[in-house]
Design a protein around this ligand. Structure first.
Ligand SMILES: [Zn+2]
Length: 87
């Protein structure tokens, strides 16, 4: 069986297959975008597709540290909105 590439969640620090994670990318303007299809270029950070990791990342600023930028609160609400969406 092929092993899927694993990435570490910025909140809980567990390694998971990429499809179980959201990918966040910092664009050239320093904005953090949610890379739903895992195709954007640039420095990426990964986070589990669950509310507890999103809330933990919001509190601990793991995405900010990983991408060296500031995330808006609104980003976390958008991530939560994507949890139950089919991508
Ligand atoms: Zn996690």
């Amino acid at each position: 069986m092929m092993r899927e590439p694993a990435r570490q969640c910025v909140a809980c620090r567990e390694k998971r297959p990429k499809r179980e994670l959201f990918r966040l990318v910092r664009d050239p303007e320093g904005e953090v975008i949610i890379d739903i299809r895992h195709r954007a270029d640039g420095r990426g950070a990964y986070i589990c597709r669950n509310e507890s990791c999103i809330e933990l990342a919001r509190k601990k600023r793991g995405i900010d540290r990983s991408l060296k930028c500031r995330t808006a609160d609104e980003l976390y609400d958008r991530l939560k909105g994507y949890i139950y969406e089919q991508t």
